[in-house]
Design a protein around this ligand. Sequence first.
Ligand SMILES: Cc1cc2nc3c(=O)[nH]c(=O)nc-3n(C[C@H](O)[C@H](O)[C@H](O)COP(=O)(O)OP(=O)(O)OC[C@H]3O[C@@H](n4cnc5c(N)ncnc54)[C@H](O)[C@@H]3O)c2cc1C
Length: 379
Amino acid sequence: MLSLPIEVEEIRKKARKFALENFKDDIAMKYDTEEKFPFELWKKAFSEGLINFSNPWVMLVTLEEFCRVDPSLGIATLIPTFGSEILMLFGNDEQKKKYLEPVLKGERISGVAITEPVAGSDVAGIQTKLEKDQSGNWILNGQKIFISNGTIADHLYVLARSSQPPSFEKRHHGLTLVIVEKKMKGFSSSQLKGKLGVRATNTAELRFENVVIPPENIIGEIGKGFYYIMVFFNISRVYVATQAIGLAQGVLDELLDYLVTAKKESNPIADYESSLFLLAEIATRIEAARSLTYKAADLVFKFTPDPILTSMAKYYASEVANFAAEKSLEFIGNDAMISKLERFYRDAKIMEIWEGATEIEKLVISRMLIKNRMEKNEQ
Ligand SMILES: Cc1cc2nc3c(=O)[nH]c(=O)nc-3n(C[C@H](O)[C@H](O)[C@H](O)COP(=O)(O)OP(=O)(O)OC[C@H]3O[C@@H](n4cnc5c(N)ncnc54)[C@H](O)[C@@H]3O)c2cc1C
């Protein structure tokens, strides 16, 4: 496995200490039950230097260690910067100063709004409309659902259709990314409650009714939004894979504690072959998922992403997280049903869905493998 620089490993230790102190079980349960966003934990993590975009490995190991202790609080604490890479890569200097800098300083919250009632995996199928008016402004109309930070974000990066595509096959043409501020007239949002997991994160439905978007709030070039989002997914998928390895490691911690206690109490379950096989299987899968994720992350952070590896990492790590949580819950039985594992089991599911569902990751992998082989054959 890729070994990380010593200063990153120091951050990992700091992040673990922070999570153990601040995400204690009673606190995690409270946020889970109340479906409340942890503003104070987000501020605290910033003040301790754990949210720091100047080194993406800092973000990665912090996310991993946070999710190991509590995935819901771990994700919620770090998600206020969601979408920052979009402005880092495609925003202009004014946009970076006005919107990105306050987010990176922990003063404001951002979000990314793509999904609609009619379009989730099918990003190109979105129907939110962006039309130019006579004064040179753009008018936004439409609806988004399941948007993280939706009611707490100060601004959101919203994908909308700005022109009709030339054909069905070219629907990814004519999509544009715009910055929508919470205070803009015609924008409204309402929180969705009752989610299966990650209940400390804020999720909302958004509405845009004739929202006036000034030209300076267009990100990059008109009509290029789909490409920008695909580049962003190549980064964000590595972070979802990281959430998953953190969660799986947290499950392994629980399972190990359970078996060590059983061994001390001379409970024969600790020596059952099935117990030992399960432990070995989960530990091996986590190591494999971590190696894959770090390899994909290393390429992304060096600006040479490999979408095949990124999709493999996201697909495999999220599968490992769900496997570990489900099998450990089944194995421990009754006690697990009212323990931390119950929350981990619920929190794991989203990792197979957001930023590209498992089937979509598999399609990316297979299509790119075939494309690469065809190109090679043509040479
Ligand atoms: C808690 C939460 C937070 C979220 N946060 C955000 C956010 O911040 N911003 C945002 O834009 N979205 C967000 N989402 C939405 C999320 O990204 C979508 O749910 C996801 O993209 C899947 O879309 P969908 O639910 O419409 O499923 P669908 O696209 O309808 O897919 C349903 C099923 O069909 C499969 N499928 C779809 N297409 C194909 C195909 N071509 N071939 C084979 N199988 C296929 C999928 O894999 C899936 O299993 C969030 C969702 C949740 C639950």
